[in-house]
Structures are given as C-alpha cells and as structure tokens.
Ligand binder design. Structure first.
Ligand SMILES: *[C@@H]1O[C@H](CO)[C@@H](O)[C@H](O)[C@H]1NC(C)=O
Ligand SMILES: *[C@@H]1O[C@H](CO)[C@@H](O)[C@H](O)[C@H]1NC(C)=O
Ligand SMILES: *[C@@H]1O[C@H](CO)[C@@H](O)[C@H](O)[C@H]1NC(C)=O
Ligand SMILES: *[C@@H]1O[C@H](CO)[C@@H](O)[C@H](O)[C@H]1NC(C)=O
Ligand SMILES: *[C@@H]1O[C@H](CO)[C@@H](O)[C@H](O)[C@H]1NC(C)=O
Ligand SMILES: *[C@@H]1O[C@H](CO)[C@@H](O)[C@H](O)[C@H]1NC(C)=O
Ligand SMILES: *[C@@H]1O[C@H](CO)[C@@H](O)[C@H](O)[C@H]1NC(C)=O
Ligand SMILES: *[C@@H]1O[C@H](CO)[C@@H](O)[C@H](O)[C@H]1NC(C)=O
Length: 430
C-alpha cells in the first residue's frame, strides 16, 4: 500500500514536470538552416543574435537560437558521445551558450530519430538519453527532431517519436528539466492526429521554400488542419522565409506584400516563429515585418490558445483544397478581440468583401471598432460588413471589438443579413 502511494506520488511529480508553462505557446527564435545550411559557425550565430538583440527582436520574444544540422562531427567518439565540430565552435558550444544567454537567448538543438541526420551526422537512435544529456550540458532544452525514413529502425512516425518522448519524460523525472520537442516530420502520416502526444509542435508540410506558391500550399493545408492547434500543441508551418533572399532553389523572392501575408498567416495560425535570414544584410522592411508586435502578441496570447480558421474560401467554393489559391477569409478569437485575416490569393489586386456575421466571433446587431494590425492604429467602425482593396498576394489583418449596438436603420434591425426585420418583428423582404 505504502509502496504504491509512493509510486503514485513519484508519477504525479513526473507528470507535473511535463506540464507547467513549457511548450504552452508557440516557440519563437532563429534557425540556422534555411539561411545558411552547413555554412555557419559560432561567430556567425553570435552576429545574428547580436542583431536580433539590437533590433528589438529578442525583446519581441524571439529567444531561441536553434543550431540546425551540421554542428557535430560525423562520428561519435569512442564512448558514443556526439562531439561538436571544433572548427565551427573553437571555444566549445557551452561558451556560445553562455554568450547567447547574456543576450537573452538560449541555444536549441537539432537531432534525428534514426541513425543519421539528413546531412549524414549522428542520429539519436539508441543514444536518446545520452544525446539529451549532451544537449543539456550545452545549455539546450529545445529539440527539433528530424526523421529521414529508413528501413533499419522499421517504425512508423508514432514509434519514431515515442522513443525520444519517453527519454524526455525519463530525463524530466530524473532532473526536473523538460525538453520541448518539436517534431520535424515533414507533414507525413497525419501528425495533427498524434503529434501532441509527443511534442509541442509538428510539421504540417515538407520543407518550405522562399517563394509564394509553396507558402500558399502550406496555408491550404492549414485551412483543413487549423483545429489541431491549441496550448501545448501547434501546427508548425515551418521556418519563416521573410528576408531570406539568397538561399534556396530558386533563391528567395517574396515581395513585400507576400512577406506580410506570410508573417500574418504564420503568426495568427499560431505556428512557431523561427527566423532564418542573414540579418546582417536584411532590409528595414524585414525587421518591420518580423517585429510586428501586434501580430506577435496574438501568436503568444496567454489566454486564448486556438487559432484562426476560414469562414469562407473566397475565390474557390468552401472546403476546396487548392494549393495555389487557399482559403481567403479567416477569423478567430483572441484576448484582444476578434481577429480577421483576409488574403488576396490572386496575382492581381482585388476588392475583398465580407459580412461581419459570417464569422462565428461576431454578434449580430452590433457595430465593431476596427484596429489595423499592420497600420498599428484604429481605422474606424465597421457596421455589418467590410470592403478592402488588397494588392496581389496581399493581406488585411484586423482586431474587431464591440462598439455598441449598430445604428438604427430605415430598413430595420438585422439579426443576420438574411433575416432583416423591423423592430416590431415584421420581416423585410428584399
Ligand atoms: C566523448 O565526448 C564526451 C563529451 O565531450 C566526453 O565527455 C567523453 O569523455 C568523450 N569520450 C572519450 C572516450 O573521449
Ligand atoms: C534498406 O535500404 C538500403 C538503402 O536503400 C538498401 O540498400 C537495403 O537493401 C535495404 N534493406 C532492406 C532490408 O530492405
Ligand atoms: C519568384 O520565383 C518563382 C519561382 O521561380 C516564380 O514563379 C515567381 O514568379 C517569382 N516571383 C517574383 C515576385 O519574382
Ligand atoms: C485553383 O484555384 C484557381 C482559382 O479558382 C483555379 O484557377 C485553378 O485552376 C485551381 N487549381 C486547381 C489545381 O484546381
Ligand atoms: C474570446 O476570448 C475571450 C478571452 O478568453 C473571452 O472572454 C471571449 O468570450 C471570447 N469570445 C468568444 C466569441 O468566444
Ligand atoms: C454593408 O453594410 C452597410 C451598412 O453599414 C449597408 O448599407 C450595405 O448595404 C452593406 N453592403 C452589402 C453589400 O451588404
Ligand atoms: C452579405 O449580406 C448581404 C445582405 O446584407 C447579402 O446580400 C450578401 O449575400 C452577403 N454576402 C455574403 C458573402 O455573405
Ligand atoms: C412593422 O413596422 C414596419 C415599419 O415601420 C411597418 O411597415 C409594418 O407594417 C409593421 N408591421 C406590423 C405588423 O405592425
């Protein structure tokens, strides 16, 4: 009896260490991969972090510095430990970790479920606990875990992530330190169903590219899987490509409007926000977009965990999956009001119209004050509907807040637009 009480107490203690604030909100930070692939070292990482600090991005919440693939030696040493590449990290990773810590950031790790990473560096299969200990000794408690398919480990994705998740739970019980696991599962095998069992986020798609149509395809996936995101579990729409002009194939070429749409969708869909651009050559526009605190505060909303969802697909009929022309009319709730995202998926400027009550967040018969999340100011009061002029691939993003009953109209009061009646209850036929 006593034995089982003690066992239960230990289990409760361990379960507690897996809850708490860890992983509640989407992660924010920097990832080396898209901008630099294997061409990075401690000096470059420090330089990017310094710029993030100077430009207010660390203050805005970007506090993780994720070393993606290519930080280790190709072989483990004779005791099976991963060894940091001494050419890239001449003073060792702990020294870099301390330096970043002094700037308000913390290092994060990349790893792989199998025997090898995508780049052919050591994977964690059979070394899960040893690698967690190594990363922890390097000041890392956030792990992006990749998953090249192989026929040696012979698992499905659930089995793959279970091994590391179990090791993380055991590590947490032993040390009280909980790693955040970010699943880099390339969107395979419906991660939105099982991902939250193991990690705080899972990838909805394959690797992002810094051009418009790949972004549109990711938004199209999100238009069907938005329901999976809430506290502790997030659709990861992949690394931000904003400002990433030099890398990728083809090289990045997002227009200003496309970059704004990209950031709006990622922030409001509560994806992790990881920058990957050479910030030493980034434009003012890039800093302005990445530093949009109005959108970041909704991404990091401490009270409302769910994200926006489409209320109308727009150019295509509702529930149409179309990788180049995803849903255009989105809304959701937040601590700060009703959130609207209107996306022009067409290659030409468009006038975009919606009735407020198409969104579940709006009450009939009320008018709403409108705050523009890009202009950062109030732009008026909306009564019943809004009309926007949006450039090609452009976005409108707004917070609406109740501003009292709508004005009285000659044509009566409308519960919803197709149910207009006079105050005496007689329907208005039109
Ligand atoms: C392997 O590397 C780890 C971490 O640096 C170190 O603690 C260990 O002593 C090394 N093992 C051998 C056999 O050199
Ligand atoms: C596993 O994959 C490798 C590489 O594609 C191949 O050479 C090998 O024959 C496969 N093994 C089995 C058991 O299918
Ligand atoms: C960007 O590159 C893609 C792929 O090469 C191309 O289809 C697209 O038109 C380019 N967009 C701009 C704005 O240049
Ligand atoms: C996607 O939608 C656009 C706009 O309606 C349409 O022109 C295009 O043919 C659609 N693509 C597919 C693959 O259905
Ligand atoms: C939106 O969230 C806030 C904060 O939790 C809540 O007070 C409000 O009732 C919610 N609005 C809707 C429409 O659910
Ligand atoms: C939009 O709402 C206004 C009232 O603010 C109304 O007069 C107008 O007819 C509405 N437009 C459409 C197209 O429903
Ligand atoms: C908007 O409301 C008007 C009536 O006020 C209605 O005629 C129109 O079909 C509605 N449009 C949409 C897209 O719901
Ligand atoms: C209700 O009010 C409207 C507008 O004032 C009027 O035209 C209509 O006759 C009234 N209906 C009844 C049943 O009183």
């Amino acid at each position: 009896m006593l034995q089982s009480v003690i066992a239960l107490a230990a289990a409760v203690h361990c379960a507690d260490s897996l809850q708490g604030p860890v992983g509640r909100l989407p992660a924010m930070g920097y990832n080396t991969f898209n901008a630099f692939a294997e061409d990075y070292d401690a000096a470059l990482v420090t330089r990017q972090a310094k710029i993030m600090q100077e430009r207010g991005l660390v203050d805005a919440g970007y506090n993780i510095m994720l070393l993606d693939d290519f930080y280790a030696m190709k072989e483990r040493n004779s005791s099976g430990h991963m060894v940091a590449d001494p050419d890239k990290f001449p003073e060792g990773i702990p020294a870099l970790s301390n330096e970043l810590h002094s700037m308000g950031m913390r290092l994060a790790a990349y790893g792989d479920h199998g025997y090898q990473t995508c780049g052919g560096y050591p994977g964690s299969y059979g070394h899960e606990m040893q690698d967690l200990e190594t990363w922890y000794s390097w000041g890392m408690t956030y792990l992006k875990e990749d998953i090249p398919a192989d026929n040696i480990t012979q698992t499905n994705q659930v089995g793959s992530y279970e091994r590391m998740a179990d090791a993380i739970a055991e590590f947490a019980c032993r040390t009280g330190v909980t790693f955040q696991l970010s699943l880099c599962n390339w969107g395979w095998q419906q991660p939105w169903i099982w991902g939250r069992r193991f990690g705080q986020s899972w990838r909805t798609n394959g690797d992002i590219k810094p051009t418009w149509y790949p972004l549109a395809a990711i938004i199209d996936t999100a238009s069907f899987q938005y329901w999976a995101t809430d506290f502790y579990g997030h659709n990861d729409l992949d690394i931000l490509e904003i400002g990433n002009v030099g890398q990728g194939s083809p090289p990045g070429n997002l227009t200003h409007e496309e970059s704004k749409s990209h950031f709006t969708a990622w922030a409001l869909l509560k994806s992790p926000l990881l920058i990957s651009a050479d910030l030493s050559t980034a434009t003012e526009e890039t800093f302005e977009i990445l530093g949009n605190r109005d959108l970041i505060k909704i991404n990091q909303d401490p009270v409302v965990g769910e994200n926006i969802s489409p209320f109308r697909w727009g150019i295509n009929s509702d529930y149409t999956s179309n990788a180049t022309h995803p849903a255009e009319y989105w809304s959701g709730n937040s601590s700060y009001g009703s959130v609207f995202m209107i996306l022009n998926t067409q290659d030409t400027p468009q006038e975009m119209f919606f009735n407020l009550t198409e969104s579940w967040t709006i009450r009939a018969g009320r008018q709403y004050s409108v705050y523009d999340l890009w202009k950062h100011e109030d732009v008026g009061v909306a009564v019943r509907n809004m009309t926007l002029q949006l450039p090609a691939h452009g976005v409108g993003a707004f917070l609406l807040n109740d501003a009292g009953p709508e004005p009285e109209y000659l044509d009566g009061s409308c519960a919803v637009y197709y149910q207009c009646s006079f105050p005496n209850g007689t329907y208005i036929s039109n």
